[in-house]
Design a protein around this ligand. Structure first.
Ligand code: BYC
Length: 470
């Protein structure tokens, strides 16, 4: 049953703007059709124990209850306005933040918002079939939580498009429901959002590595001079944290299961678990494709976005200097068959600056997984991130071959080792062969450890997802 706009939780006073209300009322049924057509397959009538944001206050953004996903109350929330907020960086640093879109930045802002928006429905489409092979009810519920919140993030961006970009914005909002992940005729905008996610190891890797790009992109947009964008992305970040938790702890539990078997002298493969070298290959794949989402190492777009006050650095407000002028960033780029050190004007290196923060964060998670290995009693083996030049499809390293240490190698050498470094068709078939639904209360699949605790203080064996008849 579709909800009326009044029932959409919001703190943007939707009902006071008749034009906006009408536009969103027209978009809403299309959103629901999209959700029913390409959202979680086979679970639309299930009762799911979900967190719903009903306001931005501490007690309001995490309201838990059983709900059917199509009845989820996709709300529109912006963090409260800061009085007299000023832009924190770029050529416009110190000027008052904008409440409306400045004409000269209209195209750039629209493009940034559309690119961000496009990832949200894309990820729901990518994950559409996963429910059918969930390793536990706990994981099934987390998948659906992530899915409905990506839907809410789409609403957050569509609100901006409808409210601030007139007819162009409405057309863009319609296009967001028309593109499809992986469809050759109308693909999603960014590369990684067209990769299939048809097994749960990929899902955990995606929420670990790809959602983490989301965290850093949103954090950069949370600094934006366009205040409504800054305020909406700040609120999105509070929800994003759960997605990252799902990914990081999900991979950790796969590592733990494998490690426990290894420590007991058993072969993970014979026990229906994921061997360590296969986990490493999945890391190599998902880390590298997620690095691409930061854009090229040297980017005039990034320089322009920074100069114009549209997109800042990670935690720009905690930095001492906000102009990034007269400074350079040293990076090694391939040139004429070898790697050459280059000093790039800092503004042009902003994608790389953001990628640096991301890589540090990913390394922290890998360190945690290695601790899990050690704790289980596996010594002399560890997981690691490949070099950021490895397996790239965007930037100066695209089209060239690098090994996981970042050494430039011949294409023949890459091909000879590819099956050692990246998941092969057989690896994917093996991982998929492990994916059988486990839906008994408190039960968990053979390839993953139990979660250490339940959701919102509930026990691990709580019935997080109930069939329609229950
Ligand atoms: N795929 O100057 P360049 C999330 C294009 S994830 C395809 O190097 P720029 C989430 C680029 O558009 C976060 N095309 O890059 C996660 C440009 O095209 P034009 C999403 C790409 O512009 C999980 C050309 O290549 N948010 O939230 O500095 C689940 C040269 O580009 C790609 C955002 O992305 C690619 N990977 O930076 C759910 C934030 N990379 O101009 C959600 C908004 C580059 O030649 N987006 N290109 O036609 C941006 O800030 C920027 O668009 C990018 C690219 C950082 C993506």
């Amino acid at each position: 049953m579709a909800q009326s706009l009044e029932s959409i939780p919001n703190n943007v006073d939707l009902s006071s703007d008749r034009r906006l209300q009408r536009a969103l009322e027209q978009w809403q049924p299309n959103f629901l059709s999209w959700w029913n057509e390409v959202g979680p397959d086979g679970f639309q009538a299930h009762q799911v124990y979900l967190r719903t944001a009903v306001s931005v206050e501490a007690g309001g953004w995490a309201h838990f209850d059983f709900v059917r996903m199509p009845d989820y109350r996709w709300g529109i929330f912006l963090e409260p306005k800061e009085a007299e907020r000023r832009i924190g960086f770029g050529d416009v640093a110190g000027e008052p933040a904008w409440e409306e879109v400045p004409g000269e930045h209209r195209n750039a802002l629209r493009r940034i918002i559309v690119t961000q928006a496009d990832t949200e429905p894309a990820s729901v489409e990518q994950q559409r079939q996963l429910g059918k092979t969930c390793p536990s009810l706990y994981d099934l519920r987390n998948l659906f939580q992530v899915n409905v919140e990506e839907g809410r993030h789409l609403w957050a961006m569509v609100y901006l498009l409808h409210r601030f970009f007139g007819r162009d914005g409405r057309e863009e909002a319609d296009e967001l429901l028309a593109r499809r992940s992986g469809n050759p005729d109308k693909p999603r905008i960014l590369t990684t959002f067209n990769e299939p996610i048809d097994d749960w190891l990929s899902f955990f890797m995606f929420t670990m590595f790809t959602d983490r790009d989301g965290k850093y992109q949103l954090a950069a947009l949370a600094q934006s001079g366009f205040d409504p964008l800054a305020r909406t992305t700040r609120f999105m970040l509070t929800e994003e944290a759960h997605h990252l938790f799902v990914g990081e702890t999900g991979v950790d539990r796969v590592v733990q299961r494998c490690a426990e078997l290894m420590a007991a002298g058993k072969d993970p493969r014979k026990e229906g678990a994921v061997p360590l070298e296969l986990i490493q290959k999945y890391i190599n794949f998902w880390f590298s494709v997620s690095l691409d989402l930061f854009g090229g190492e040297v980017s005039s777009n990034a320089a322009d976005f920074f100069a114009a006050g549209l997109k800042g650095r990670f935690r720009e407000d905690t930095l001492e200097e906000h102009k990034a002028m007269g400074q350079t960033y040293r990076m090694e780029v391939p040139e004429g068959g070898k790697l050459v050190a280059q000093e790039v004007p800092l503004r042009n290196a902003m994608n790389e600056v953001l990628r640096d923060e991301y890589v540090k964060d990913c390394q922290r998670a890998v360190d945690r997984w290695n601790k899990t290995l050690q704790k289980a009693g596996v010594s002399g083996m560890s997981l690691r991130l490949p070099h950021r030049r490895f397996h790239r499809a965007v930037g100066p390293c695209a089209g060239l071959s690098f090994d996981p240490e970042g050494r430039l190698i011949s294409d023949a050498e890459f091909r000879a080792n590819e099956a050692k470094w990246l998941p092969t068709a057989e690896d994917r078939i093996y991982v998929r062969s492990l994916m059988h639904p486990v839906t008994g209360r408190g039960q968990v699949a053979s390839w993953i450890a139990q979660p250490p605790k339940g959701i919102n203080g509930m026990p691990i064996d709580f019935e997080y997802v109930k069939p329609p008849s229950a």
